[in-house]
Design a protein around this ligand. Structure first.
Ligand code: F6P
Length: 503
């Protein structure tokens, strides 16, 4: 059978056993969870508390065949055009050594250039550098912010401030923490045209000048796929770190956009992150069917959106260091797969990306878990935790944290019957758990690459292009028209402009 719609039909007709029924099978946990030994330690991916069973697994594997998953994965790694609307490849994996030879060689050469500048800064070529203000937004900020928050809490070689919002309050907070004398500026923008970033970059130069720095331009590093624009803006060619146009913004942490991570951790730390991501690339490239963990996760994602009507999925990191992971995944998943048309421009047949949301445990337990346990929405949840604590306080902290994480998954699944409706927990609510030995640069690389490939696998099974993002353009165009005092707006918008003195 090769008609995907017929397979979807078959999927809708399959029996939907409860989690309790699935757990009657003694082999359930062994079959549906898997530990991978990877650089950085072992990571367990436990999908046993989802409703996938063998019949669903087989049907989804058939769907993957019908959607040409293996061929599309090959095309991704071969550097062929997989982003049809923009007529280009998506070569983020080449940054981790997995791609066609030319793309890998280019990525290696650009990494060496980046390493040279990172080591020159650490070696004192720019005098004492204690702070780096990194301005960028979206994919040019979320990855660095996540990695720095996760990995550079103690012993950072340089104190990095990632500023994304054009709201001046964000930049002012960074200025308050930095001294212009010992600060460098990284301007991160794939296009080098994004208004928020360029506005923040200019204000940082002004702040340096006002702070007595005679040549602030001499302390700027540009991270971009558009080096010509950076030159026009006044950045010296020696401080421009280019990356390939074929690396998408939300997939760009591995390129020179990761410069602040290398500045904070040192080159070895950044390289370890690349290694971890590369190990997940190898797993995704070489494993088939349910043994392929990102593909298995995509099967579960589609099961819940298509067969159980779930409109959201939640991610809770039981680790303060991963507090920014839900934000990062929101862009990765929603900007990639929040689409309504297929690769051929035809309307899609069902829901595409669910809304990704989440937070950190245990805080979230005291805020939003009520709805997860007893609300009317079914929300598949991912829990992410590390066995090793990231601090040296009383081990009780970490034991309480982990036990709460595991207790939530158990409670969602088991529920608890009560005659009193307000005290009744229906249970049978799904979760998946990713449990790392330790959180370190390599593990973080694995975790992010796992989600990149899960996102790609979802897109292939849905028949959509995860690498464009035209949906963000219209709002930008209208803002530009307002700035240039052009265009006509609806009465409500015009009244708001007038009220703000901008009409
Ligand atoms: O507005 C969306 C977007 O294009 C993202 O995809 C991208 O990561 C972000 O803006 C920033 O773009 P740039 O890196 O070109 O400044």
């Amino acid at each position: 059978m090769t008609d995907p719609q017929a397979i979807w039909k078959e999927l809708t007709l399959l029996e939907k056993p409860t989690l309790a029924a699935l757990f009657e099978d003694q082999a359930r946990v062994d079959e549906w969870s898997r530990a991978l030994d990877l650089p950085g330690g072992t990571i367990r991916f436990d999908w046993s508390k989802t409703h996938l069973d063998d019949a669903h697994g087989e049907a989804f594997a058939k769907l993957a065949g019908a959607m040409d998953f293996a061929e599309k994965r090959r095309a991704l790694f071969a550097g062929e055009i997989v982003n049809q609307t923009e007529d280009r490849a998506a070569e983020h994996t080449a940054e981790r050594g997995h791609g066609d030879d030319e793309a890998v060689a280019l990525a290696d050469a650009l990494h060496m250039r980046m390493r040279g500048l990172v080591e020159a800064i650490h070696g004192g070529a720019f005098g004492e550098v204690r702070h780096l203000i990194h301005v960028g937004i979206g994919g040019s900020a979320l990855g660095p912010a996540l990695a720095l928050d996760a990995l550079a809490r103690d012993d950072a070689k340089v104190d990095v401030h990632v500023v994304s919002n054009v709201d001046g309050n964000a930049l002012k907070a960074a200025f308050a923490a930095c001294d212009p004398e010992t600060t460098m500026l990284a301007v991160a923008s794939k296009t080098f045209t994004t208004i928020e970033t360029m506005t923040n970059a200019q204000s940082t130069l002004d702040w340096m000048l006002e702070g007595g720095i005679a040549d602030p331009e001499g302390r700027v590093v540009a991270l971009t796929a558009n080096p010509g624009k950076a030159v026009d803006w006044g950045v010296d060619e020696t401080r421009i770190l280019p990356f390939s146009e074929t690396v998408g913004g939300r997939y760009s942490l591995w390129s020179s956009i990761g410069f602040p991570v290398a500045i904070a951790l040192g080159w070895e730390g950044f390289a370890a992150m690349l290694d971890g991501a590369g190990a997940m690339d190898a797993h995704f490239r070489e494993s088939e069917g349910l043994a392929n963990l990102p593909l298995r996760a995509a099967f579960a994602d589609l099961y819940y959106t298509h067969l159980r009507g779930c409109q959201t999925r939640a991610v809770f990191a039981y680790d303060e260091r991963l507090a920014l992971l839900p934000d990062y995944l929101q862009q990765l998943e929603m900007e990639s797969n929040g689409k309504s048309v297929t690769v051929n421009g035809e309307p899609v047949h069902g829901p595409t990306a669910p809304i990704t949301w989440g937070g950190t445990g245990t805080d979230a337990q005291h805020a939003v878990f009520q709805l997860l346990h007893q609300g009317t929405h079914l929300v598949p949840v991912d829990f992410i935790a590390a066995i090793e604590p990231g601090h040296d306080l009383d081990p009780a902290h970490h034991e309480i944290l982990l036990m709460n994480c595991f207790a939530q998954g158990a409670a969602l699944m088991a529920g608890k019957k009560s005659e009193d409706g307000a005290r009744n927990y229906p249970g049978d609510r799904p979760s998946a758990t990713i449990l790392c030995d330790a959180l370190n640069p390599a593990t973080l690389g694995v975790l992010i690459a796992f989600h990149e490939h899960r996102t790609f696998a979802n897109a292939v099974l849905l028949g959509i292009n995860p690498f464009d993002q035209f949906g963000v353009e219209l709002g930008k165009q209208l803002a530009r028209a307002m700035e240039e005092d052009e265009g006509e707006f609806d009465a409500s918008t015009q009244a708001l402009l007038n009220a703000a003195g901008l009409g």
